[in-house]
Design a protein around this ligand. Structure first.
Ligand SMILES: [Ca+2]
Ligand SMILES: [Ca+2]
Length: 408
């Protein structure tokens, strides 16, 4: 035990040399929005004041960045185990346990095969709310199937002594229908305080699949809510409705790769928009979030999406949107005082934006937006119990970085 501690201390000294400072990107002065480029949807107007381009905070956050671990291949998701180690997925299909000193375990054995293509692979991971008692973990992945592939969620008991492995693996959810696509799998996993599991999904991107986000007979472009064993909660909004999948919670989504539960137990998501049109939403039971009928932004081709409209009766407006996009990844709420002024903020990993996007909230309104520039595509964001922010970088030689207030 003593030897381990000494080794850990030596490692921290070693990483100290690679510390770099990070701070809010200041393309524009304080009080102005960080985004200064013109929107892609040139003629589009927000539905209410403050729906996009909130001002930057008066003072930029000054942080220091440390490298906690290296050598991960395209890491996708990070979760803390109760003992301080980290569970990390690698998109190509591996899961590893990362010790506090940065040492990587062998890949966890017993995971099912994944389709490692495009956006597909081994994706999110989550711990059971009773993990300390039952050892259960849950993971999402693109599942190879007859005629194509689809997002699936499995669970199993994680054994971390010796060579790590999962046992009693059970698939608890399969997105339907199967589709041949390497795009828009979603898929974050979030446990609500009532013990139900939210799964956020994509619509597989193609014109013939994305329209299914508006239909209730499938699980493309949906948020789904199930019990941990895969059964459907009786109070889901479409239980008992004809031609509707009972596991659906909300619909009309594009590709949700960002999700977190707030201190009141509510689910928040950020979904990837088209060219322009990333959206912050707080999905509520049975509500239609509009894709692909209404959206901000335009097609990658430059054409309007559908009729090119941003609002329609019966379709919910995003709480906030970005045009141009940030390309959201993982997301976390910050409930600590360790980084002053951040309590209650949303932190969103940015792929294109290469850092962390921080949103200050007043209720459901975004009142300020700051970009923490990290110079690398960020794939997940997690806060450890001490209030240190951890991110994984979306790289062939991926890293875990730790963000703390700058010294001095
Ligand atoms: Ca996760
Ligand atoms: Ca929407």
């Amino acid at each position: 035990m003593r030897v381990t501690r000494v080794f850990a201390a030596a490692f921290v000294l070693a990483v100290a040399a690679s510390e770099a400072s990070a701070q809010g990107r200041r393309a524009a002065p304080a009080g102005e929005p960080v985004e200064t480029r013109p929107p892609n949807g040139r003629d589009q107007k927000p539905a209410f004041p403050g729906q996009t381009r909130a001002p930057q905070p008066a003072q930029p956050t000054r942080l220091q960045t440390e490298t906690v671990a290296e050598g991960l291949v395209e890491p996708w998701a990070l979760e803390f185990l109760p003992d301080g180690r980290m569970l990390v997925t690698e998109k190509q299909g591996r899961m590893r346990i990362v010790a506090a000193n940065g040492r990587l375990s062998e890949p966890v054995r017993g995971l099912p095969e994944v389709v490692d293509a495009g956006q597909g692979g081994l994706l999110d991971v989550a711990l059971d709310p009773d993990y300390t008692k039952n050892g259960l973990i849950y993971w999402s992945y693109s599942e190879p199937r007859q005629g194509g592939n689809g997002t699936a969620v499995a669970r199993g008991r994680l054994l971390t002594g010796g060579e790590p492995r999962v046992e009693n693996v059970q698939v608890i959810f399969r997105q339907q229908p199967t589709f041949q696509s390497s795009l828009h799998f979603g898929s974050r996993l979030c446990f609500a305080p009532d013990g139900t599991l939210f799964i956020t999904l994509g619509e597989r991107s193609f014109p013939q699949s994305r329209v299914k986000a508006q239909a209730l007979d499938n699980t493309l472009g949906k948020v789904v809510r199930i019990h941990p064993d895969g059964s459907v909660p009786k109070d889901n909004p479409f239980v008992g409705r004809e031609n509707a999948r009972p596991e659906i919670w909300s619909y009309g989504h594009r590709n949700i790769q960002s999700a977190a539960i707030d201190s009141q137990g509510r689910l928040w998501i950020v979904e990837h928009g088209p060219r322009g049109g990333d959206e912050l939403n707080r999905p509520q039971a049975g509500v239609n979030y509009g894709w692909p009928v209404i959206t901000y932004g335009i097609e990658y081709s430059g054409q309007p999406v559908g009729e090119g409209i941003t609002a329609r009766e019966g379709m919910e407006q995003p709480l906030y949107y970005w045009d141009p996009v940030i390309a959201p990844s993982g997301m976390a709420f910050y409930y600590s005082d360790r980084i002053p002024g951040w309590r209650g903020n949303i932190l969103i990993g940015g792929l294109i934006s290469e850092g962390v996007v921080r949103l200050v909230l007043d209720g459901e309104r975004v009142t300020a937006e700051e970009w923490i520039d990290l110079g690398a595509r960020i794939r997940d964001v997690k806060v450890d119990p001490s209030g240190a922010v951890h991110v994984v970088t979306d790289e062939r030689e991926g890293r875990i970085l730790r963000l703390l207030p700058a010294r001095g």
